[in-house]
Design a protein around this ligand. Structure first.
Ligand code: BGC
Length: 758
């Protein structure tokens, strides 16, 4: 009897281990195909689809809470859970409210903003970023990460530029691919956003973009295409605005023709929250999943109105009445099932990690590699380790920046402020803090509070006087200001109104420059700012919103523990109107004749916006117009120097299907180890169409010890020489001579080689 019990127990244990051990040990024969992890994904999808009712399929296509949609409970197919994105995993909110759910286990690692990642110009760091944020998402049982964002930096006023990867389609394309791949190694879908032409926040639901096809294909689409075709993104988010008179969450041209047609996207199109406006178009024009409609908090409407979603009861009614068939429904359900089998039901059963030391180390590294040294006269930086007294001035030295900015706001487990980082990096020094100005004393967003009390009673004049008095006696003054995540600055939902620094900061900086020549200005922002004092300040550092490890990353660079190697992912103009976007017709758009009911029965005029600058965005514009920027695209200094040798081309003639390799030896000619981002731009001096002076087509970040030389190379094919011919609707490279310019920034070209396309 005892033996029999033991035997039965052993059998139970064996059975249990079969259940828990995953794929190869499951008794595949008895399982329905969709549950059999050994079967190909498409077979699982088709099998699940064949078992579902119309009602179950429709239920897949729309949200049933703020961030989730139903699975198929009857079949054991789980819900789809989404999360913002893109800088960390958003804290849990209530079922249908934006308010906090009050969990105590959802304080995440806050990673640097995507502008910082782009400024690292290091695709391997993008892979690391994707991998660690994907691990956090998976640990928190999220299937879709709402990010990354790759909308092109068109105007420095755009409130969400900090969430994107700069002004150049090639750079953002190179950075988004490994990010997406890194995320998805965790069985979490990257949802690349906001597709497309969403380059402003002003009236984001109401503007219709007119743009020529060449600019669309050359500037605004390449990063999305790279994310889909090279990165293999499993999801993409439609944007709020309109293109060709159709909202982009159900836009025939962008979604059906280009994304699913030309690019062969097999993933899920997810609406932005509240971006769906019409059942018929939502059915036919490429949307797969509807989120955020009519939910309170974001738009008007009632709570728990999920049955009223455009793709819920209204969709079912149309099917029942015979007004529409089920072909589109099957296609949507198929894509959503594919997403579920790629994520939650992926045979790999990844479990993720959360707030691990490796995640903080990654955040710190990405942050410090993204910081850009804009100016460093007299070698003021790095700050000497024997410095006695450092005066730190500016609200951004202490203000917690992980809270705020819109949907990317985070509840971080910890956030090291710049002041804390500096104190830690210079233990021998007396570090004094002076506020200097009052920006935003609030520290709350969406129910998450920083816990900081930044209220201040001193007048602006007194704050400056106190800062100046402290600065006079310092060995070194570090001013840390810039923008913040408050509305109207670097934040979702509104754009900036001016290029200048807010809160009277220019006066503080001028006063400090007059008080002490050893002044370092650290600008924290996700956007270019005006610097009227640029000639009066010896050292300027472009910092970003760097998340949990912000203070450590900055102090690493200020102290020289890390030699800066970031390069600007967008141009800093001297003045706003130096840039390409100059008229209200270009931004933010002017009311046209089209009026539509949006979120209510009231007719709202749609703004017509013309991207009339065409392909001339960022450095393409500044170079074409010969307008000198404040700091050019690709600029960034180091504590060492790099000497470039002669660039060489592997063969001087490229055939249509061939490639050439351009290489250049680069030497660290200074005395400390450092990294240089070698940039390769292509110019097409003779062409039947107008082309930019040059365009980035390759780059490589090389790490060099003092005195070391490495040869850096990139391989170019015909795509690097092509322009988009709208008439032919094709990429065209015209035979003839091309120049490859090799440099340290777009304005610092160190050599060039010619090649001939046959
Ligand atoms: C934003 C998206 C975000 C979504 C969910 C929208 O308002 O535009 O980027 O992912 O909200 O929070």
């Amino acid at each position: 009897m005892k033996k029999r019990i033991l035997f039965a127990a052993a059998l139970c244990l064996a059975a249990l281990s079969l259940i828990s051990c995953g794929k190869s040990k499951k008794p595949a024969g008895n399982l329905p195909a969709y549950l059999d992890e050994n079967r190909p994904l498409e077979e699982r999808v088709e099998d699940a689809l064949s078992r579902m009712t119309v009602e179950e399929k429709v239920a897949l296509t729309h949200a049933h809470s703020k961030f989730s949609s139903a699975g198929v409970p009857r079949l054991g197919i789980p819900e789809v859970w989404c999360t913002d994105g893109p800088h960390g995993i958003r804290a849990e909110v209530l079922w249908d409210e934006w308010e906090q759910a009050g969990w105590t286990s959802d304080s995440c690692t806050a990673f640097p903003a995507l502008t910082a990642l782009a400024a690292s110009w290091d695709p391997e760091l993008a892979r690391l970023y994707g991998t660690v944020i994907g691990e956090e998402a998976r640990y928190r049982k999220k299937d879709v990460l709402l990010g990354p964002g790759v909308n092109i930096y068109r105007t420095p006023l755009c409130g969400r530029n900090f969430e994107y990867m700069g002004e150049d389609p090639y750079l953002s394309g190179q950075m988004v691919v490994p990010y997406v791949q890194g995320v998805q190694t965790n069985n979490v879908a990257a949802c690349v956003k906001h597709y497309a032409l969403n380059n402003q926040e002003t009236d984001r639901f109401f503007y219709n973009v007119t743009i020529d096809d060449r600019a669309l294909y050359e500037i605004y689409l390449p990063a999305f295409r790279a994310a889909v075709q090279e990165g293999g993104a499993w999801a993409i988010m439609g944007s709020y605005n309109l293109y060709k008179g159709q909202w982009n969450c159900h836009n025939q041209y962008l979604l059906n023709d280009i994304l699913k047609g030309e690019w062969g996207f097999d993933g899920v199109v997810i609406s932005d929250w509240g971006g769906v406006h019409d059942t018929d178009q939502a059915i036919t024009n490429g949307l797969d999943m509807e989120f955020g409609t009519w939910t309170n908090g974001l738009t008007m409407g009632k709570t728990n109105a999920y049955d009223n979603y455009f793709l819920a009861e209204p969709y079912l009614e149309k099917i029942r009445s015979g007004a529409v068939g089920t072909t589109e429904l099957d296609e949507k359900a198929r894509r959503i099932l594919r997403l579920i089998f790629r994520t939650n039901m992926n045979p790999e059963h990844k479990t993720g990690k959360f707030t691990s030391p490796e995640h903080y180390a990654a955040a710190r590294k990405i942050g410090s590699e993204g910081i850009v040294l804009l100016k460093n006269e007299g070698g003021l930086l790095p700050i000497r380790s024997d410095v006695k007294k450092i005066v730190v001035v500016g609200e951004n030295a202490v203000k917690m920046m992980t809270v705020g900015g819109g949907s990317s706001s985070l509840k971080a487990q910890h956030e090291i402020s710049p002041l804390d980082g500096i104190r830690e990096a210079f233990p021998q020094a007396e570090v004094v803090f002076e506020r200097g100005y009052v920006g935003d004393a609030g520290g709350e967003y969406n129910g998450v509070s920083t816990g900081q009390d930044l209220r201040e009673s001193r007048s602006a004049a007194k704050l400056i006087a106190d800062a100046v008095a402290a600065a006079q006696a310092a060995d070194c003054v570090i001013y840390i200001g810039g923008l913040n995540k408050s509305e109207g600055q670097d934040a979702e939902g509104a754009d900036r109104t001016a290029l200048g620094l807010p809160y009277g900061q220019d006066a503080v900086i001028e006063a400090l420059a007059a008080a002490n020549p050893k002044l370092v200005v650290v600008n924290i922002s996700g956007n270019a700012v005006a610097m009227p004092w640029v000639d009066k300040v010896p050292a300027i550092v472009q910092d970003w919103y760097l998340g949990s490890e912000a203070g450590h990353s900055l102090a690493d660079v200020l102290s020289g523990a890390v030699n800066p190697s970031g390069k600007l992912p967008f141009t800093f103009p001297v003045a706003l109107l130096d840039g390409p976007v100059r008229t209200p017709e270009q931004f933010p758009g002017v009311p046209g004749d089209d009026r539509r009911p949006i979120f209510s029965d009231v007719l709202v005029p749609i703004l017509e916006e013309n991207y009339s600058e065409g392909i001339y965005v960022g450095y393409r514009w500044f170079e074409k117009q010969q307008i000198a920027p404040l700091f050019p695209f690709g600029h960034g200094l180091s504590y060492t120097t790099f000497a470039y040798g002669e660039p060489k081309v592997s063969k001087s003639t490229m055939t249509a299907g061939g490639t050439v390799t351009v290489s250049v030896p680069v030497t660290n000619s200074g005395s400390v180890a450092g990294a240089e981002v070698v940039q390769f731009y292509v110019a097409d001096p003779e062409c039947s169409v107008d082309r930019p002076v040059k365009e980035l087509k390759g780059f490589s970040k090389v790490f060099l010890a003092p005195g070391d030389t490495k040869t850096v190379s990139v391989t170019l094919d015909k795509s690097a020489l092509s322009f988009f011919d709208a008439g032919k609707h094709a990429w065209v490279a015209e035979p003839g001579r091309f120049e490859v310019l090799v440099g340290s920034s777009s304005a610092d070209i160190r050599g060039q080689v010619s090649l001939e396309l046959r």
